[in-house]
Ligand binder design. Structure first.
Ligand code: E4P
Length: 274
């Protein structure tokens, strides 16, 4: 099981790397925006190229770092992917390019532009992380194009199910893996009962056919969801900083530390020269 940090914030990345549990980093334009705002509020300004270079150097050659394109047509995405890869990969040989599985944005004019870009980039040796995957079908199409990674968005599928049912919720609220019953109705999106359910199906299908594409569970919202991801045996989970913190916190652990601290007798303390 690999743990990626889902962040573009250098402070968070540096801190999480120091714990020794981070195997990679995923960014997206929204995470970059958040990081830029965070550092601006602290009175710091970076050039974007220097900032990305620092993330890559911190990660080092054994930790892939996903950087996302911003265009939505095959040619433009390929051009941006090449630019990002050739400019930044020499820093630490760890760049992976994020391409949306379907960059069309709802116009139904360019539904397959993502697949074409994935195929072209993988053919020229540029590793791709296929993002915004919301169904097993999309994951399979991406895998068929030879993608290194697919990123199913677990939390955003749960958001969709709750939103359609008119429920009010906070982003970090737990969503039952086996489905949510509202009134007498089991919420579902074309047979998908939750983000975790989608992930389970993708894993089963990939195992059935022996696809080499690795699954990155993305859009992870809480520690319980991480547990469910780990239980499924998914290759990688990319986890936001706050959820990583949730994973280490328990009130009985806190209480236990306080009790042990209170019970330290002088004789035992002396051992440590304190
Ligand atoms: C990572 O690859 C994704 O871009 C990210 O997990 C999306 O998370 P969100 O749905 O919480 O924005």
């Amino acid at each position: 099981m690999q743990v990626f940090i889902d962040s573009a914030n250098l402070d968070e990345i540096r801190e999480a790397l120091s714990w020794g549990i981070v195997d990679g980093i995923t960014t997206n334009p929204s995470l970059i925006k958040k990081a830029v705002e965070y550092f601006k509020a602290k009175g710091k300004q970076y050039s974007m190229a220097d900032y990305i270079t620092e993330i890559l150097a911190l990660a080092g050659s054994n930790r892939p770092v996903s950087l996302e394109v911003i265009s939505t047509t095959t040619d433009a995405m390929i051009e941006e992917a090449r630019l990002l890869y050739h400019k930044f990969n020499p820093v630490a040989h760890n760049v992976v390019i994020k391409i949306p599985v379907n960059p069309d944005g709802g116009k139904r004019a360019r539904d397959f532009d993502g697949l074409k870009a994935i195929k072209a980039l993988e053919s020229e040796g540029i590793p791709v992380n296929v993002t915004l995957v919301m169904t097993p079908e999309q994951a399979v199409l991406a895998a068929k194009c030879g993608a290194h990674y697919v990123s199913p968005f677990v939390g955003r599928l749960d958001d969709l199910l709750r939103k359609r049912a008119g429920l009010s919720f906070n982003k970090e609220d737990y969503y039952p893996a086996d489905g949510f019953i509202v009134g007498d109705q089991l919420l579902e999106d074309n047979g998908l009962l939750s983000g975790i359910h989608m992930l389970r199906i993708i894993k089963d299908i990939f195992d059935n056919y022996g696809f080499g594409t690795k699954i990155i569970a993305a859009s992870v919202r809480n520690a319980r969801q991480v547990r469910e991801i780990m239980e499924l045996g998914v290759d990688i989970a990319t986890i936001p900083f706050d959820v990583l913190r949730q994973m280490i916190v328990h009130e009985k652990t806190d209480e236990g530390v306080q009790l042990f601290e209170a019970d330290v007798v002088p004789e035992y303390r002396e051992l440590f020269g304190r």
